[in-house]
Design a protein around this ligand. Structure first.
Ligand code: NAD
Ligand code: MG
Length: 391
């Protein structure tokens, strides 16, 4: 039996992972499940999968979790330290599906004990790519992509030599506003940004899809994961979300990965890798589909994309700055304190302020430095937003 843990089990990717594991209970020994505020769901899944321990991110919810697990023999814990401790419990495979920079520290712990880390949490590589890859190498741990684009690229590269890769083309649905008139974006509402045309995902990544901050993170994730040069990474809008990404080789061949937009494919691939097993995902009917469409993303609609290339050029800790400022701006948009396009403006302002302080950006990439940079970027994002509100 394989020992597995699921970080962020109560979220969208986490629930899809729970679904796959619950279909084959005899194959898995579930160690830790982590979640946030949805204690009922966390406790329910811990019981369903017979986990050793369930952990909520919130200290204040510990009693509730304990009560929900009373008499089951399943341990309950809460808080940041407990999440990191969960990462240190020996397992073979961990799903990293916490949202945001909070996923970094538990994921690093899992790598340190040599576990295979199935990475949905793209922020891990954006904030601390070098640190994460060095940690994996040092502890002989493996990283497997779960983001659908990166899973697609990874699959297109099976048996290939990276030296033969000319370019990587990442597809993007274009999000909720791909067809909106540009001048309407300034006033796009929270509800409008929170519905995705093709994928059913958590609220934060759904809004990040509308702004393409999600794609911006994925471009950086691609650079870190596959070690290609930023100039080799392209983004193309593909409204149907059937082609999940493509790899172009030096002989002109393009390998595309197609499938229904269902995260259980990428999760299942990472769970069973290097094997392929039956997965409960819909099969594409190409004749019924008829056609697939592609178009170049407009710079004015998606300023986040340009910022991603600036971040890759800058290097150092700028990925951590970018992500933290983005998370803060997204918090403010969700609280309806700033407008949709203000998110990119705030992030750019914070990046510029760090650019003026190269000593900060070029500090060594340790977890402490990443964490401190993350905190400072959030503070500077708050200051930038306070300035905007005062204007
Ligand atoms: P979600 O919001 O649905 O779930 C997030 C999970 O993280 C929940 O279990 C939540 O309780 C937990 N969490 C939230 N804040 C936390 C904190 N501060 N500390 C600890 N735990 C916390 O998110 P999601 O859509 O499942 O996305 C998870 C990750 O996977 C993100 O990094 C996202 O970019 C990535 N991803 C998601 C999808 C998708 O289809 N949803 C696809 C590709 C990649
Ligand atoms: Mg993706």
């Amino acid at each position: 039996m394989r020992k597995v843990s699921i970080f962020g089990a109560t979220g969208s990717v986490g629930q899809n992972t729970v679904d796959l594991i619950a279909r084959d209970p005899d194959s898995y020994d579930v160690v830790a499940l982590t979640g946030g505020a949805n204690i009922a769901l966390l406790a329910q899944d811990a019981k369903r999968l017979n986990a050793d321990i369930a952990i909520t991110a919130y200290d204040s919810r510990l009693e509730e979790l304990r009560a929900a697990l009373a008499g089951t023999g399943i341990e309950a814990a809460a808080g940041q330290a407990a999440l990191i401790e969960a990462g240190a419990r020996p397992v073979n495979w961990v799903m990293s599906a916490i949202v945001g920079a909070a996923g970094l520290a538990p994921g690093l712990e899992a790598l340190k004990q040599g576990a295979t880390l199935a990475l949905a949490n793209k922020e891990t590589l954006v904030c601390a790519g070098k640190l994460v890859l060095d940690t994996a190498r040092k502890h002989n741990a493996r990283l497997l992509p779960v983001d659908s684009e990166h899973s697609a690229i990874f699959q297109a590269l099976v048996g290939e030599d990276m030296a033969a890769v000319e370019r990587i083309i990442i597809t993007a649905s274009g999000g909720a506003f791909r067809d909106w008139p540009l001048d309407a974006l300034e006033h796009a509402s929270l509800a409008e940004a929170s519905s995705h045309p093709n994928w059913d995902m958590g609220q934060r990544i759904t809004i990040d899809s509308a702004s393409m901050f999600n794609k911006a993170l994925e471009v950086i994730e691609t650079r870190e994961f596959f070690g290609v040069d930023p100039s080799q990474i392209e983004v193309i809008i593909h409204p149907e979300s059937m082609v999940h990404s493509l790899v172009g080789f030096r002989d002109g061949a393009l390998m595309a990965h197609l499938g229904a937009p269902d995260m259980r494919h990428a999760i299942g691939y990472a769970l069973h890798w290097p094997d392929r097993r039956d997965l409960p995902v819909a099969r594409l009917d190409l004749a019924q589909l008829g056609q697939l469409n592609f178009k170049a993303p407009e710079d004015a609609r998606y300023p986040a994309l340009r910022l991603a290339y600036d971040v890759m050029d800058r290097g150092g800790l700028s990925g951590a700055v970018f992500n933290a400022a983005k998370e803060r701006a997204l918090d403010a948009f969700i609280a309806e304190r700033i407008g949709f396009l203000d998110m990119a403006r705030v992030v750019e302002q914070v990046l510029d302020r760090f650019e003026a302080n190269p000593g900060l950006i070029d500090a060594q990439m340790t977890l402490d430095n990443v964490t401190q940079t993350d905190h400072l970027a959030r503070q500077w994002a708050d200051e930038a937003m306070a300035q905007r509100a005062g204007r």
